[in-house]
Design a protein around this ligand. Structure first.
Ligand code: IMP
Ligand code: MG
Length: 173
C-alpha cells in the first residue's frame, strides 16, 4: 500500500484550526478546572500534542494503550489493555483523547474501564468520528470532524503502523 492509493480528505491547516477550536471550546466549558489528559496510544500522538499546547486550562498528561483484535482495517471489539495509566484518577477530571471512533467498541470499553476508577468527571474528545459505522452507542462529548465510513490515515492514524507521520488526513481506497 502506498499513498498512490490515498485521497487527501482533511488538509493540515483545517486540522490545526479545528484542534485549536476544540481546545478553546473545552476551556470555555470547563473554566477554572484542572484536567488530566489521557491519550489513547498510538493514534493520539499528534492530536494530543497540538490540543495540549492550545489548551489554556491547567492540565497534566498520561497515556494508555489498548489493542483491539481484528484485521488491520476493522477492530473486533475485543479490547486488551497493553499499557495502563501511571496516575490514580479517582476524584480527578479525566479527558480521554481519541484519534477516531469507528464502531465505538474500543471507546465503550475505555469509558467503562476509566469510569470504574471513579473520576470526578470523564469526557472524551475524538478528532474523527465515523457516525454511520457506529455499532455501540457511546457518548463522545467533543468531535473534531465527522467523516464517512472510509479507512483513513495520517495525523497519528495508521495502516499497518505506517502513515502516522502525515500532517494531513487521507482516505485509502
Ligand atoms: P472501534 O473500536 O471500531 O471504534 O475502532 C477504534 C480504533 O480502530 C481506533 O482507535 C483506531 O485505532 C482504529 N481505526 C478505526 N478506524 C480507523 C481508520 O479509518 N484508520 C485508522 N485506524 C482506524
Ligand atoms: Mg490502529
Amino acid at each position: 500500500m502506498s499513498l498512490d492509493h490515498a485521497t487527501p480528505l482533511i488538509e493540515a491547516d483545517r486540522i490545526q484550526a479545528r484542534v485549536r477550536e476544540l481546545a478553546t471550546e473545552f476551556a470555555t466549558d470547563h473554566q477554572g478546572e484542572e484536567w488530566l489528559l489521557v491519550g489513547a496510544l498510538k493514534g493520539c500522538i499528534h492530536f494530543l500534542s497540538d490540543f495540549s499546547r492550545a489548551l489554556t486550562l491547567e492540565h497534566t498528561i498520561d497515556f494508555m494503550q489498548v489493542s483491539s483484535y481484528g484485521t488491520e482495517k476493522k477492530s473486533s471489539g475485543i479490547v486488551r489493555i497493553l499499557k495502563d495509566l501511571d496516575t490514580n484518577i479517582e476524584g480527578r477530571n479525566v479527558l480521554l483523547i481519541e484519534d477516531i471512533v469507528d464502531t465505538g467498541a474500543t471507546l465503550a470499553h475505555l469509558r467503562e474501564f476509566l469510569g470504574s476508577r471513579k473520576p470526578a468527571q470523564l469526557c472524551v474528545v475524538a478528532l474523527l468520528s465515523k457516525d454511520s459505522a457506529r455499532q455501540v452507542q457511546v457518548p463522545v462529548e467533543y468531535v473534531g470532524f465527522s467523516i464517512d465510513d472510509r479507512f483513513v490515515v495520517g495525523y497519528g492514524l495508521d495502516y499497518g503502523e505506517r502513515f502516522r507521520n502525515l500532517p494531513y488526513i487521507a482516505a485509502l481506497s
